[in-house]
Design a protein around this ligand. Structure first.
Ligand code: APR
Length: 192
């Protein structure tokens, strides 16, 4: 059962789901700085997209000064076999490593991904819960940061119009739901 919220000029949707199954125009990947794949969301997206995604990531790496994507930054590639036409690879903060910079770096992942949506006229994007798995970000802390960053972008811009969170377990869904109700009120989105 999805939860919809009218936020700024757009809509935020929270749901239990597998990011690789989403038919939004883009999906975000919880990647690492090497862009060479990994486990969790990263592994699932690479498996679903097929081997051409890794080649596209290697090509993107060549445009990066050190060949590494810094924490908080994002790059766009095609989605290949995914239903989504684009993948936006974000490098979230490792909670234990970034300390007081962690909130800013997590917010910048979402802000940079949404900037890329504007730059490429991508009208819908689905996010996983970046950094709350292997990277150890407590989901109760990460959810309000993620949603506030999305709110700021939707209040200032028309694109994207739809921001979905595809959340992989009930604990994560409940954390984002509580943060969304707190930030957005109980507003149900249009057509809900
Ligand atoms: N769809 C949606 N969410 C998923 C999926 C999926 N198919 N698979 C896992 N998740 C959830 C996890 O349960 C967690 O809530 O995504 C969230 C992020 O978890 P991770 O994938 O571990 O991402 P992160 O914490 O950002 O760690 C990134 O893990 O896989 C490596 O290469 C990656 O080094 C990078 C690190």
């Amino acid at each position: 059962m999805e939860q919809r919220f009218d936020v700024g000029r757009g809509v935020v949707v929270l749901e239990r789901g597998d990011i690789t199954r989403q038919d939004t125009e883009a999906i975000a990947n919880a990647a690492n700085s090497t862009l060479l794949g990994g486990g969790g969301v990263d592994g699932a997206i690479h498996r679903a997209a097929g081997p051409k995604l890794l080649q596209a990531c290697r090509d993107a790496k060549r445009t990066l000064p050190s060949g590494l994507l810094p924490t908080g930054q994002a790059v766009l590639t095609p989605g290949f076999r995914l239903r989504a036409a684009h993948v936006i690879h974000c490098v979230g903060p490792v909670y234990a490593r970034e300390g007081q910079d962690a909130p800013r770096l997590l917010a910048s992942c979402y802000a940079n991904a949404l900037r890329l949506c504007r730059e490429h006229d991508i009208r819908s994007i689905a996010f996983p819960s970046i950094s709350t798995g292997v990277y150890g970000y407590p989901v109760q802390e990460a959810a309000p940061i993620a949603l506030a960053a999305v709110r700021d972008a939707l209040e200032a811009n028309d694109t994207p119009h739809l921001v979905k969170f595809s959340l992989f377990d009930d604990t994560t869904l409940e954390a984002y739901g509580a943060a969304a109700r707190d930030l957005f009120g109980g507003r149900a989105g249009r057509g809900s």
